[in-house]
Design a protein around this ligand. Structure first.
Ligand SMILES: Cc1cc2nc3c(=O)[nH]c(=O)nc-3n(C[C@H](O)[C@H](O)[C@H](O)COP(=O)(O)OP(=O)(O)OC[C@H]3O[C@@H](n4cnc5c(N)ncnc54)[C@H](O)[C@@H]3O)c2cc1C
Length: 369
């Protein structure tokens, strides 16, 4: 069986179109945002400008079906588009394909009832609302969701929810959350103890305690306290005990979408490393002529190549409806670590400049971590 590694002609055109859009529109808007970093009005008006332009260019919502106003791309095509868009900071945002909304859109598309789709998915797709996904808790290990302590208790037609979450990305300003809470006291298997709920924000009992400050600043990863939050049974997303299943189904494509964006960032770092090595002169020749520097560039190039193959194969398996769990997990592990190594080498080749904030590398490195 022949393996075809070429993208169809339309996808190749699309990649060029996204690249041109990011160069001609997104970079200009980013420059205005960066020139006035504390001005929220500038931020909002530039995002609106980018999003209008994306819609006009036919680049809106690449990952969603046409009936929701999207482009209906598969995961393989998305891999190409996302890597291009992520070469600019606001590229994914301009196309309305940013985390965590992108993953939440997939979740709602597959699990929501028609009424839930109308209320939550449609405004998200139109760019009229933002969302968050609330699963992780400070008190228990996030890597084992069977330990979740946030509890929803049935009371007539309602559920009453109490709990504590943190690192809930995008919570401030979100119109709704997909909240994971324990509903089953004695599930058949430990993974069937949680359910998902759609929570309107603001709601009585949903309190944003703080924006958790991270090593790369405050980026709206919030701590949330949930106290006697009452919601009707119709807000349950999927069935009782299906929260884990839903989380896994969401996280597969969402993990891979991160990898796609990280490939774009790795490419930027590698290109900067090469450019600097070809310009910087030391000890009788350019850095690019030193074998120690060439090794760093060669290792980065090989790792990036492996990243692309892993992501494309995992995307292919999702598109074909095959079991993708292992491939997506391996891709996330490898691409995340490669991204860190490649940016770190780029910092090294830039010397003191790499450690400064005069280039984007320092910010890229803390974001990557
Ligand atoms: C920037 C950022 C954004 C986030 N956004 C969200 C969000 O929007 N919504 C949300 O719900 N959560 C979010 N999270 C939380 C994230 O999902 C959790 O951090 C993650 O699931 C790990 O949980 P934990 O932090 O509790 O680490 P822990 O589970 O305590 O793990 C600690 C360490 O132990 C390791 N470990 C765990 N089990 C094993 C094992 N069996 N063998 C060996 N090592 C193991 C882990 O890999 C990790 O390195 C975000 C986190 C970050 C940093």
């Amino acid at each position: 069986m022949a393996i075809d590694f070429s993208f169809p002609e339309e996808t190749q055109h699309l990649i060029v179109k996204v690249r041109e859009f990011c160069t001609n529109v997104v970079k200009g808007c980013e420059a205005k945002i960066d020139a006035d970093p504390d001005n929220r009005d500038t931020l909002i008006s530039e995002i609106i400008t980018m999003r209008k332009a994306a819609k006009e260019a036919g680049l809106w919502l690449p990952h969603m079906p046409e009936e929701f106003g999207g482009m209906g791309l598969g995961h393989v095509e998305m891999a190409a588009v996302s890597a291009e868009a992520a070469k600019t900071r606001f590229g994914p945002f301009a196309l309305n394909a940013q985390a965590p909304d992108e993953g939440n859109m997939h979740t709602l598309l597959h699990w929501a009832t028609p009424e839930q789709k109308e209320k939550y998915l449609k405004p998200l797709c139109d760019g009229r609302s933002r969302s968050c996904f609330a699963m992780t808790e400070p008190e228990v290990a996030g890597s084992d969701p069977t330990l979740i302590q946030t509890k929803a208790v049935r009371d007539g037609d309602d559920w009453v929810i109490n709990g504590h979450k943190w690192f809930i990305s995008g919570a401030r300003g979100a119109k709704f959350a997909i909240l994971i809470a324990r509903t089953e006291d004695d599930p058949e298997i430990p993974q069937a103890g949680n359910s998902a709920f759609l929570i309107d924000i603001p709601s009585e009992g949903w309190e944003i305690v703080r924006d958790v400050h991270t090593m790369s600043g405050s980026h709206n990863h919030c701590e949330i306290r949930i106290t006697d939050l009452r919601v009707p049974n119709s807000t349950m997303l999927g069935g009782p005990g299906q929260g884990h299943l839903l989380g896994q189904a969401r996280l597969g494509p969402a993990r891979l979408a991160h990898c796609m964006r990280w490939i774009g960032q790795s490419e930027i770092a590698l290109n900067m490393m090469i450019k600097r090595a070809m310009e910087r002169y030391s000890h009788g020749s350019y850095l690019a002529e030193k074998q120690g520097i060439q090794w760093m560039i060669a290792d980065s190039t090989m790792e990036l190549y492996q990243c692309k193959l892993m992501v494309l194969h995992a995307a292919y398996k999702i598109d074909k409806g095959l079991d993708f769990k292992s491939e997506v997990s391996m891709a996330k592990h490898f691409v995340a670590n490669s991204l860190n190594r490649i940016i770190d080498r780029a910092v090294q080749v830039h010397g003191a400049l790499g450690y400064s904030t005069d280039t984007p590398l320092a910010n890229m490195l803390t974001q990557a971590r």
